[in-house]
Design a protein around this ligand. Structure first.
Ligand code: UDP
Length: 244
């Protein structure tokens, strides 16, 4: 299966259903060499425009999944629609299910001290059969030492939750050293799995209003959320300038 990619502000995003993304991820986990997946939201797209290194890392990923509803809307406005939204947390869940089926090994990197361990305990309860081979918080000085420590745990799947673009830059530079088959940049996902941050109820998710729920729960995110309409305005401008 050759996934179709759509260029959204210079970032090539995979146009896949959630099921196709899960299949593609499972195929990567079956191969012995290193791969990585990224989950851009509107903030990523704006940051990547100003940061060529970040953009190249996003474009170098084996899977680039549209996490934010803003990416889906921007793609539609640009006339390059994507098949669907594949959130980082849904993709993470599908990869955990795959690991459970194969008895694979999981390492969790990121978030405040104690959070990854708590998230790991909850994940093991939810997906018994996978092996939690290590956890580490995301506040470290020596990125190479962290990669070497992870390599000793021999993970198949690695969640990297340091916030963007830090997590993608860490993955691109140090990921291959870990020996993992698939690393995924997943932002605040460990905070959710640990139970510290609640995911939006399903009815919000279905309506594409997860961002509104998060804003309601954490009003301090308003500055970051403003990136969503900004991306839509940019997409509309791009479309008008192109004259189609
Ligand atoms: N984080 C980290 N190390 C850092 C900075 C951030 O581990 O140096 C963690 C932070 O504790 C949080 C996650 O990275 O768990 C980023 O969460 P955020 O809500 O920014 O991610 P989003 O899902 O919005 O991209």
């Amino acid at each position: 299966m050759v996934p179709l990619k759509q260029d959204i502000f210079g970032v090539r995003i995979d146009s896949l259903t959630r099921q196709q993304a899960a299949q593609a991820g499972a195929a990567l986990l079956d191969q012995p060499d290193f791969h990585y997946a990224v989950t851009p939201n509107p903030e990523f797209l704006l940051a990547a425009e100003k940061d060529p290194e970040f953009r190249a890392i996003l474009n170098g990923a084996d899977l680039t999944l549209p996490d934010g509803i803003g990416v889906i809307y921007a793609a539609r406005i640009l006339g390059r629609p994507l098949q669907g939204r594949v959130t980082g947390i849904d993709f993470a869940g599908d990869m955990l299910a795959r690991l459970q089926a194969t008895g694979g090994r999981l390492y969790l990197l990121g978030a405040k001290p104690g959070v990854a361990q708590l998230a790991g305990e909850n994940i093991v309860r939810q997906y018994p059969g996978l092996v939690l081979c290590g956890t580490r918080d995301g506040y470290f000085q020596d990125p190479e030492a962290v990669a070497r420590e992870i390599a000793q745990a021999k993970p198949d799947l690695l969640f990297v939750c340091l916030g963007a673009p830090k997590q993608e830059k860490w993955i691109a530079q140090w990921g291959p050293l870990t020996g993992a088959r698939l690393a995924i940049g997943l932002g605040g996902v460990l905070d959710v799995y640990s139970g510290q941050v609640e995911r939006a109820p399903e009815r919000f998710q279905k309506l594409g209003l997860e961002w509104a729920y998060r804003l309601w729960k954490q009003p301090s995110r308003i500055g970051r959320m403003a990136k969503l309409p900004l991306v839509l305005v940019k997409a509309a401008k791009g479309r008008v300038t192109k004259g189609d």
